[in-house]
Design a protein around this ligand. Sequence first.
Ligand SMILES: [Zn+2]
Length: 372
Amino acid sequence: MRRASIAVFAALVLAVCFFAGREFRSMRVADGIYPSPGLTEARLLSDWFPPLRGTPGDTPVFVFRGAEPGGAVLVLGGTHPNEPAGYVTAVVLSETLRAARGTVVVVPRANASGYTHSDPQEASPQRYAIPAPGGPRTFTLGARVTNPVHQWPDPAVYVNPGGQALAGVEARNLNRAYPGRADGTLTERVAWAIMALIRAEKIDLGVDLHESAPEYPVINAIVFHERAADIAASAQMALQAEGWEFRLEASPPNLRGLSHREWGDAAGIAAVLLETPNASHGRLKGKTSAALVVEGRDRFYVRAAELGRLFVPFGPEGIPLKERVARHLAGLAALLDALGEASPAKAVVVGGAPPAADIRTRGIGPSLHPPK
Ligand SMILES: [Zn+2]
C-alpha cells in the first residue's frame, strides 16, 4: 500500500514537472515581428559582434536607411523584458517605419534571454494580447534580467565593467552591464555588441525605452547624458506644448553601467532613456495579470495616489499600455525633431510610424501587422 502511494505521488510529481516544464520551455519561442515594407536590412546583433551568434543573447535588429544622408538613431526596446511599453513601441516602429533621411536602427528585444523566463515569485502572466484588426497579437512578458539558465551562478557582489559594486543579481541586468566586456558574461557580451553597433553605425542619438513603477520617482521622464542635454531640453519643451508632461533627469556621472551613462561616455553619443508608468511591475499592485499589463488599472494604485504615494496621477481609468506606447512615440518624435534642429546635417526624417495621438485614440492594434 505504501509503495503504491509512493508510486502514485511520484507519477503526479512527474506530471506536474512535465506540464510546468513544457510551459517554461514555450517561452523560448520568440514572438513574431513582421517588418514594414520600409525596412532596408533585417540583421542580427551578432552581425556587429560575431561571438554572440548562436547564443541566447543574439537578437533581431531592424535597420531603416533613408535615401538622403543624415544622422543615425538607435532605438532600444526590451532592455527590461518586464517593461512592455518599450518593447511594443519598438515592435510598432519595426512594423510601420520608413526612413526618408538618415538611419534608424531598432532593437525590439535588447535582452533576448530575458524574454525566455518570467520574474520569479511574481506570478506574472507569460503573455498578453493586444487586439488588432486581423486578430489578437500576442507578446511575451519576460523578466527584468537574463535567464539564469543562460547565465549562472550570480556572484555575491557584481562589479560591473565601470567598476561599480552591485547586488549579485544585477550581473544579469543589461542596464548595468555597459559598456560590456568582449569576454564577459552573456549579459556583458550583449552590452558589448550594442556598443559595437553604436560605433559601427555611427549612431548620433541613442534612445533606451523603459518603464518604471508608479511609486518610483524617475517616471514620465527623459533621463539624459550631458551630451544630450540640449536635445532633451528642447524635446521636453516641445512635448509640453503638445500637452505631454516629461521630467528631465540628468544621468548621474557616478552611476556606472547604465545606457544613458556609458553610451555617452564610451561612444560619445547623445544618450537618453525614457520611462513610462507601468503598474504591472510596481510593488503596490494587486494581482499581476495580462489585463493589468494591457489595461493598467489597479485599485491599490488608485488608493496609493489618493494617499500621495505616487509620482504620477493614477485614477480609476489606470494607465493603459496604449497610453504608455503613445508617450514613448511622442517622446521619440520630439527627440528626432530636436536632433535635426541642433545639427541639421544629422537630421533623421521618418514616416510611416503612427502619431502618438492615433495610438491614444485608436489603440495599438491598427499599427500592428496581422498575426500569422
Ligand atoms: Zn527598465
